[in-house]
Design a protein around this ligand. Sequence first.
Ligand SMILES: CC(C)(COP(=O)(O)OP(=O)(O)OC[C@H]1O[C@@H](n2cnc3c(N)ncnc32)[C@H](O)[C@@H]1OP(=O)(O)O)[C@@H](O)C(=O)NCCC(=O)NCCS
Length: 183
Amino acid sequence: MKNIFRNLILRILSKWRIRKGEKFSHNTRIVLRKIEKKEGLFIDEIRGNSLPKLDQARFRQQAKGDSLYLVAFIEKMPVGYIYINFSGTCKYHTSPVLQDLFVKSKLREQNIGTQIIQEAERILKSLNYKKLSLDVEVRNGWIQKLYEKQGFIKKGGHHEQSWIEEDSGKRVEIKVVYLEKNI
Ligand SMILES: CC(C)(COP(=O)(O)OP(=O)(O)OC[C@H]1O[C@@H](n2cnc3c(N)ncnc32)[C@H](O)[C@@H]1OP(=O)(O)O)[C@@H](O)C(=O)NCCC(=O)NCCS
């Protein structure tokens, strides 16, 4: 009972701190850990909206051992997430793919995204993977630079990707560059 009360207070405090756009000290470290389906609300809280079909598919894939849904916490406050797909989604993916790196909008530009990439890499290394990769939209040149600063290297030219977003029913068409890193 005491624990339930304590966790409730922590959740309220966490929501309040995020809402006011908490500024962290330079040395603040994240804890990145796998979340289970029952903790899916953390993702909604970070993203600021709910994509139930997407998340159900991701948790199904994680349950089969094909992926990892990882959430970053600072002092128990969910601040960002990343989804790792072990086998990728395109022919040219030959290693686990980092998908959907996301940091709570009010908490951006405080080194959280960089730490999530570094921690995800550490987790994959501990699982004996030797390489990781990702696609980044061509129009997001600064995000490509963010990954290149972490040692990712662009391979080949552009790729066209298209899919139907299950939650909105909208067709998405994007142009991406493919980056890889040996770990
Ligand atoms: C991309 C994202 C995860 C970055 O997270 P973040 O916590 O703000 O990133 P960091 O604070 O670690 O910043 C890393 C670098 O990017 C730079 N950067 C961050 N936001 C930036 C912006 N809006 N424009 C230009 N540069 C930016 C930082 O200055 C920093 O550069 P430096 O290392 O040279 O100082 C975050 O902006 C986000 O969630 N965006 C929406 C989702 C998205 O587009 N994800 C990318 C999928 S590939």
